[in-house]
Design a protein around this ligand. Structure first.
Ligand code: NDP
Length: 460
């Protein structure tokens, strides 16, 4: 039924009140968890239009339930360092929502990890996973372990200890972790080996991001970065803007950044800067990706060493300055809250046309407002970086059917999934009266799938 204008206004007022009430409860129940509050605030506010139009979600207390993780596991991770000293870290797994499939989401090893960070990531993951169209629920995990400067044996002992507790909570049909910051192919290998050893069987689908030789999927390593750029292509095409020939800035130099840079370069655009947590490099001739891959993927060095191989390039200490470099397209691919209001204003002043989030929540709420109010094309994380988890789901499908697809097959499926996510987000934004706002569109499209599944499954 179409709502009359007046009824719509009242419905909107009710929906806003409902959202505010839920948000206040979240803040009260989860004190000191600022990242989690930020993620909840961003999503809940964007749901007002769908809540106003469909009172059934409030009737079934969907928001009350969806903001509360189904389960939070927190555990001790003791391990022995190379000096023979016992170290203790904290491990987490948040199993947030299983309405549409087994919990799915990465593991992050970084000293900043705490319950708030894991909950914000897990909460976002619910909607991102729904947007992929694959049957996967939302989860996330990790540890405050710092892999920097650790020997290979220390990494192995730590990951084995981590899995010795985590194994009892996961499984191919229960919860399927993958990598994230600080967890790449090496860590997934050690985690998988320990799981297999404890379980006494080869359950390939328990983890994704595995090596190709033991159940991994081709194109998983590239998926998040490539997917982000496929998403950018869709945004630009819709406005008749060419990617080819444009100037791009990509933050970070990890998994997402490297493959975003690779795809941008393949499509004929130029990446002039990238960074790590110490500083950024600016190369007006275009970043030499082979050097970045050697430094970061092979030698584990700092990005500042790039200038040794390319003396014409500049290295600048500190991360946020990267956003002062003029560019047509900005791809934040490093970490949360790396673009604040000031950095966003600087990008706009320099004429940025599109921003797509390869990282999770890299733009503050204020920065997102700056982009949207200045008509910058903005691809929010849960849509723009969903390619990684989408190919993880394809890895699960290959493991279940015991077949392996070619790189081209997986890449083509990834490309289709990214186009589809873009279309769903555009359509939802239009349907609910916010044409062009992909933040609202992506949140509503993801939410609707999960909320509808929750309703038909009863009060659980
Ligand atoms: P990696 O650990 O491979 O790389 C992270 C990169 O970001 C490193 O280069 C790191 O530098 C850099 N970095 C960290 N903090 C900062 C900072 N404050 N400023 C600038 N650079 C910084 O992680 P991923 O590439 O896997 O993940 C990056 C982001 O993408 C995260 O937000 C993650 O949640 C998200 N993501 C990842 C997916 C995946 O498939 N990997 C899927 C979807 C989202 P340093 O080397 O100094 O630590």
């Amino acid at each position: 039924m179409l709502l009359t204008m007046e009824a719509k206004d009242e419905a909107t007022r009710n929906a806003k009140e409902y959202v505010n009430e839920i948000y206040e409860t979240v803040v009260k129940r989860n004190p000191h968890e600022s990242e989690f509050h930020q993620a909840v605030l961003e999503i809940l506010h964007s749901l007002v239009p769908i809540l106003a139009k469909n009172p059934i979600y409030q009737k079934h207390s969907i928001l009350e339930r969806i903001v509360e993780p189904e389960r939070i596991i927190s555990f001790r991770v003791p391990w022995v360092d190379d000096q023979g000293k016992v170290q203790v870290n904290r491990g987490f797994r948040v199993q947030f929502n299983s309405a549409i499939g087994p919990y799915k989401g990465g593991l992050r090893f970084h000293p900043s990890v705490n319950a708030s960070i894991i909950k914000f990531l897990g909460f976002e993951q619910i909607y991102k996973n729904a947007l992929t169209g694959q049957p996967i629920g939302g989860g996330k995990g990790g540890s405050d372990f710092d892999p920097k400067g650790k020997s290979d044996m220390e990494i192995m002992r730590f990951t084995q200890s981590f899995m010795t507790e985590l194994y009892r909570h996961i499984g191919p049909d229960i919860d399927v972790p993958a990598g994230d910051i600080g967890v790449g192919g090496r860590e997934i290998g050690y985690l998988f080996g320990q799981y297999k050893r404890i379980r006494g069987g080869n359950e390939a689908g328990v983890l994704t991001g595995k090596g190709i030789g033991y159940g991994g999927s081709l194109a998983r390593t590239e998926a998040t970065g490539y997917g982000t750029v496929y998403f950018v292509q869709e945004m630009l095409q819709d406005k008749g803007i060419e990617l080819e020939g444009s100037t791009v800035v990509v933050s970070g130099s990890g998994n997402v950044s490297i493959y975003a840079i690779e795809k941008v370069q393949q499509l004929g655009a130029q990446v002039v800067a990238c960074s790590d947590s110490n500083g950024y490099i600016y190369d007006k001739n275009g970043i030499n990706l082979d050097t970045v891959k050697r430094l970061k993927e092979v030698e584990g060095k700092r990005i500042k060493e790039y200038v040794e191989a390319h003396p014409h390039a500049e290295y600048v200490e500190g991360c946020t300055g990267i956003w002062s470099i003029p560019c047509d397209i900005a791809l934040p691919c490093a970490t949360q809250n790396e673009i604040d209001e000031e950095a966003a204003k600087q990008l706009v002043a320099n004429g940025v046309k599109a921003v797509a989030e390869g990282a999770n929540m890299p733009s503050t709420l204020e920065a997102v407002d700056v982009f949207l109010s200045n008509d910058v094309l903005f691809g929010p994380a849960k849509a723009a970086n969903a390619g990684g988890v989408a190919v993880s789901a394809l890895e699960m499908a290959q493991n279940s059917s015991r077949i392996a697809w070619s790189f081209e097959e997986v890449d083509a499926k990834l490309h289709d999934i990214m186009k589809n996510i873009y279309q769903q987000s555009v359509q939802a934004a239009e349907e609910y009266g916010y044409a062009g706002n992909l933040v609202i569109g992506a949140n509503i499209a993801g939410f609707k799938k999960v909320a509808d599944a929750m309703i038909v499954q009863g009060v659980i």
